[in-house]
Design a protein around this ligand. Structure first.
Ligand code: AMX
Length: 433
């Protein structure tokens, strides 16, 4: 595969930079750690390295140096469709090079060969109670496939550190194409009486996902957009960091991704998209058929805050402006579903919520994040089972975190092991007698 050859070349080019930094500049200080950071989730401590994406607090995410619109613009598009191939995006994330159409199609074909879900995974999922959360099923499905790991096989046979990235890459390319298939299988198992739809050999990753979900066009483009938008958000977020942390112990891609997905399942992280829809539906129920107004939205948001809960979909640990992933999805809505009542309500919340959060004065960022806007699109295209939404996030997130752990192996990043201190030690540093 040209992808693998290009990656090998990029790795060779990159390795001396990391070696030089470590050997010649290892003692240079990058960041200090305050008491607030030690207690408060290491917010802002600069101690992770990734070149796959970078998150600027005001501009938002750049994938390999390109903004979201630039990324969509530059990648090869599926003929007749609005959004690029997810496979081409993966090529780009991995290598930083924009693939040609031919290079993209080679990945599309390779991924088709690798995407069939093993029967035992289906058996495992069918054995789980149907009311199991789909994120639990998704994580379990990934973990069940760990026995397939090429990395483990080659590691047990004995392999040089310099070659670790190769079987990791193979694991990633075996696992990634199965994820949308796994997600669609879980969806049809849980919500459609296990009435499964076979893969369509003519379709790319996004197209086949829509097909196996049983949702018509333009849902294929929604899937492509969604997977790309949710792929990566630099390395410190819970899902990316967890995947990296677990992989740092030389655990394989299956163990690492399954762990990262468990982190994504938390309501302060990926589950927020489910929470947004659940909040909105409850609000509509309370209205009992009345037209929503800005005043009613404001009251409901204050009720949420006053009962000690967070407003889902708003705020961010790093961002200090509206998330461009929110904006990108909003633009999709303005084009495809401008008059849809639920979109209008989400827009009304967008108008009111930042003011409410500012008035409350706690959140450092009152603006919406990706999760405030994603559910309405799914709902519009008929995917109303909102506890499934985080699985979609989890398929997208895999693209970024799996690219990252391949590079972790290539650059020989160490096992992660920050140092802890006791409360008494902090008190001593602070000068408390
Ligand atoms: N609603 C109410 N309170 C909020 C808030 C929100 N949306 N966002 C932040 N706050 C509160 C915090 O809970 C914290 O309160 P505390 O002092 O009583 O503990 C205070 O404001 C300061 O927090 P912060 O520094 O602004 O944010 P953070 O870095 O600690 O947390 C996040 C970031 C995303 C967890 C938080 O904004 C939040 O809970 N948002 C709602 C959940 C959500 O949308 N999560 C998805 C994030 C994106 C993603 O990962 N998918």
């Amino acid at each position: 595969m040209k992808l693998k050859k290009t990656l090998a070349k990029k790795i060779e080019e990159h390795r001396p930079r990391t070696t030089r930094l470590l050997k010649e500049f290892g003692d240079v200080e990058v960041s200090k750690v305050t008491v607030a950071q030690a207690i408060g989730g290491a917010r802002g401590v600069r101690c992770l390295v990734t070149d796959v994406s970078y998150l600027d607090p005001f501009e938002g995410i750049r994938f390999r140096g390109r903004t979201i619109p630039e990324t969509f613009e530059v990648l090869p598009k599926v003929p007749g469709r609005e959004y690029p191939y997810v496979e081409g995006f993966f090529y780009y994330l991995m290598t930083s090079e924009v693939p040609t159409e031919k290079e993209t199609l080679e990945v599309v074909e390779e991924f088709k060969k690798r995407r069939a879900l093993p029967q035992y995974v289906k058996d495992v999922l069918r054995a789980m109670p149907r009311d199991t959360h789909p994120m639990t099923m998704y994580s379990a499905g990934i973990l069940a496939m760990q026995r397939e790991s090429e990395f483990v096989k080659q590691y047990n046979e004995g392999m040089s550190k310099m070659e670790y990235w190769d079987p990791m890459f193979e694991d990633v390319c075996n696992l990634l194409p199965k994820l949308p298939v796994l997600a669609a299988f879980i969806y049809r198992l849980k919500y459609k009486d296990d009435d499964q739809i076979d893969a369509n050999p003519d379709l790319d990753m996004g197209g086949n996902f829509a097909h196996q979900m049983g949702i018509a066009e333009p849902y294929d483009d929604v899937a492509r957009m969604y997977f790309i938008l949710h792929s990566d958000h630099e390395s410190g977020n819970v899902s990316a960091h967890t995947t990296h942390l677990v992989a740092s112990a030389l655990s394989d891609a299956y163990y690492a991704l399954s762990a990262g997905i468990n982190g994504l399942a938390g309501p302060l992280h990926g589950l927020a998209n489910q929470e947004v829809l659940s909040w909105t539906m409850k609000f509509q129920e309370q209205l009992g058929g009345k037209e929503p107004t800005e005043e009613l939205v404001r009251e409901a948001l204050w009720d949420t805050l006053n009962s000690g809960q967070v407003i889902p979909g708003y705020g961010h640990a790093v961002l200090r402006k509206t998330d461009p992933r929110y904006t990108s999805q909003r633009e999709f809505c303005l084009k495809h579903l401008p008059d849809y009542p639920l979109f209008k309500l989400i827009s009304m919340i967008y108008k009111v919520a930042p003011g409410v959060l500012e008035e409350q004065g706690k959140a450092k960022n009152p603006w919406p994040n990706v999760d405030a806007q994603s559910g309405v699109i799914q709902w519009y295209y008929g995917l109303k089972e909102y506890d499934f939404y985080t699985v979609l996030f989890g398929v997208g997130r895999a693209l970024g975190v799996l690219a990252n752990i391949t590079w972790d192996r290539a650059l020989g990043y160490a096992i992660e092991r920050p140092k802890s201190v006791t409360t008494a030690m902090l008190e001593e540093v602070a000068g408390i007698k």
